[in-house]
Design a protein around this ligand. Structure first.
Ligand code: SF4
Ligand code: MSK
Length: 641
């Protein structure tokens, strides 16, 4: 049994202890029960791809060094790793496909619950796809765009179009290395083909296909998800809100939306504000309706509607342990099957909604875009009806929330740092060039019970901003930063270095900028491309004084994200290592030699302060190569001579 959470936000700590009292097993308990983890799995050198195995390589060199088919540790570890990329890229890209499908329905149906909300963005994205928008009805443009985007998943010729928004030098490099993705699905399928028994046995060749599929995720499937979501649901709006489980209310109906795709959560957010629904909740004795998000659904409805965040990945069962959640609605990705047991300990109705994500013995209400409003109302009515079943004696809502400012996008970072009248990234580039900012970092990703919850995220981010590195964030790191007060503009004055403080004060931003959900890491790619295009910081992303990190990663999506950042030229740090340590050749390739090919590389360091220092070293190295001035102000971090 896990004993305690030492670092996490107060609400999580209190609910962790409360879950013991209520005897609800949660993720940390199952993690403790699972110890020790399988060493072969951790090293990446077990293989069960065919039934001559399963095989495993003896890491001590005494037992077998090849599998029954003759595959060695390099082949086995590389095959396993790129299958992780396939899983992650498939998840993001299938999300993108669903959004494109919703856009197509919106464009072609006369009666439909979704509308095109951002026609400027529609025209801008249509422009990337070469669609003539002159004098055309937005629905016609949307139809053409949705069809082109959907075609890209399985097209048999050409390349994924949005890769062209990367800097020209990067696109050329991808072409030269033959890793420009041809279609989104094709690269994922090719991973599965190459890793079948008896196909690709050369580890660098395997990784090259992994890079191609990952680029197809970041600059393809994920970018489609982000851009088309903005068209349908609006671009994020900069606004204040709150985060943490204290946003639930004892005297309100509480509905949690959890997962990733905004198609259902966006409509639920609207329905929850419907006067008729609120009146119905009052009839049941509640004072109103609270809707709160978990995981990336939280980020989607926060940035467009200002709806408070309830929690991150590791808080999903803790939310139920409050005893105050009348229903939890889930769609896809990062949903723990353990939710079913946790909700059976309380009155909470757990409802799955995607045909892709059911759970045994859990109520399933299939979501269909054609009946979006009707289904959203049905779900909300179930939630309201269940309020009466709540056992008041079991309710325990820790009263902890934190204020935040969120809702930034590639375009609004543009407005803020460039000024609305000078549509330019110039002030951001100038702040870096002058040394007021040391550089920038994207710190993103999940949480994992293999590290004290939030210690990795928060300590790393604090160390970076203290040393004048502007941090952009997405996913569950964003939620942790919000809960720890790092997204309040005043956080800059308490925690940031002097140069970053000056930038934050000049433009009124927090030192940590929330750019959205996991698929919105594509917004970070776009910011990087825009900074290169602005000029003065090199010709390619790999020239920039930037770094990326996922200190508490856990999902295959994080692996795909990491690979598309490496492929884009970014130094990418993660906490615990990728499962490649059983192959010293592959380990060395990913952490050293790959940089010569793509300009980015991996680094693994579980200590978040040490990891931040390695990122600072990298940023300084890039500053030196660009011959930039020294950083303007004294920094707490002194690089080793
Ligand atoms: Fe063993 Fe080779 Fe089959 Fe893998 S593919 S299980 S290493 S025989
Ligand atoms: S939800 S992938 S735990 S960031 Fe996007 Fe959080 Fe990681 Fe899921």
């Amino acid at each position: 049994m896990a004993k305690e959470l030492k670092y996490a936000d107060k609400a999580s700590q209190e609910l962790f202890n409360h879950s013991r009292k209520e005897q609800v097993p949660i993720v940390w308990d199952r993690y403790a029960d699972m110890q020790p983890h399988c060493g072969f799995g951790e090293l990446g050198i077990c293989c069960r791809i065919c039934s001559m195995g399963p095989c495993r390589i003896d890491p001590f060199g005494e037992g077998p060094q090849v599998g029954v088919c003759g595959a060695n540790a390099d082949t086995i570890a590389a095959r396993n790793l790129i299958r992780m990329i396939a899983g992650g890229a498939a998840a993001h890209s299938d999300h993108g496909r669903d959004i494109a499908h919703t856009l197509l329905l919106t464009a072609t149906k006369s009666e439909f619950d979704y509308k095109i909300k951002d026609t400027d963005k529609l025209k801008a994205v249509a422009g990337i796809y070469g669609i003539n928008t002159e004098g055309k009805d937005p629905k016609e443009i949307a139809r053409e765009l949705a069809e082109k985007a959907l075609t890209e998943f399985g097209q048999y010729k050409g390349y994924v179009k949005m890769t062209e928004t990367a800097p020209a030098a990067r696109v050329k490099l991808w072409k030269d290395l033959n890793i420009l993705p041809r279609s989104i699905d094709r690269e994922i399928v090719e991973i599965m083909h190459r890793t079948h028994i008896g196909v690709d046995a050369e580890y660098k060749n395997l990784i090259s296909q992994g890079l191609r599929a990952a680029i197809g995720d970041g600059w393809g499937g994920s970018m489609i998800a982000t851009e088309l979501s903005d068209i349908l649901f609006n671009r994020p709006l900069i606004q204040s809100s709150q985060a943490n489980l204290g946003v639930l209310k004892e005297d309100h109906v509480n509905l949690i939306v959890h997962g990733h795709e905004p198609v259902l959560s966006d409509i639920l957010a609207m329905v929850a504000m419907d006067e008729k629904m609120i009146a119905k909740a009052r009839e049941k004795g509640a004072k109103g309706i609270v809707i709160g998000g978990i995981c990336c659904t939280a980020n989607e409805i926060l940035m467009r509607h200002g709806i408070p965040i309830a929690g991150s990945f590791l808080q999903q069962e803790l939310a139920i342990a409050t005893g105050a959640v009348d229903a939890m609605v889930v769609d896809v990705q990062c949903l723990m099957p353990g939710l079913a047991y946790a909700s059976s300990c309380f009155h909470t109705k757990l409802i799955t909604t995607s045909p892709k994500g059911k759970m045994p013995d859990v109520q399933h209400i299939e979501f269909k875009e054609e009946k979006a409003l009707e289904i959203a109302r049905q779900i909300l009515e179930i939630t309201i009806d269940n309020y009466s079943a709540r056992d008041k004696k079991k309710v325990f809502i820790p009263q902890h929330t934190e204020d935040l400012v969120a809702g930034f996008s590639t375009e609004s970072v543009f407005d803020f740092l460039g000024g609305k009248y000078r549509a330019t990234y110039r002030p951001l580039n100038d702040a870096v060039i002058s040394g007021r900012l040391r550089g920038a970092a994207g710190v993103i990703g999940c949480s994992n019970p293999n590290i004290d919850y939030e210690y990795g995220h928060i300590e790393m981010v604090k160390e970076l901003i203290k040393n004048d590195v502007l941090v952009v964030t997405t996913g569950c790191n964003a939620i942790s930063c919000a809960k720890h007060g790092l997204m309040k503009p005043e956080a800059a004055f308490k925690l940031a270095g002097k140069g970053l403080q000056e930038v934050c004060a000049a433009v009124g931003i927090p030192p940590v900028i929330h750019l959205g959900s996991c698929v919105d890491n594509s917004r970070i790619l776009r910011v990087l491309a825009n900074v290169v295009a602005e000029g003065g910081l090199g010709e390619d992303i790999s020239d920039l004084p930037v770094a990326g990190a996922a200190p508490e990663w856990m999902s295959e999506k994080a692996v795909s994200i990491g690979f598309y950042f490496v492929a884009s030229g970014v130094y990418t740090m993660i906490g615990h290592s990728l499962p490649v340590k059983g192959s010293p050749n592959l380990y060395k390739y990913l952490t050293e030699d790959i940089e010569k090919e793509v300009g980015g590389k991996w680094a693994f360091e579980p200590d978040p302060i040490k990891a931040a220092h390695m990122m600072l070293d990298h940023i300084d190295k890039k500053r030196k190569l660009l011959k930039l001035k020294p950083v303007m102000y004294e920094q707490s971090y002194k690089p080793a001579k």
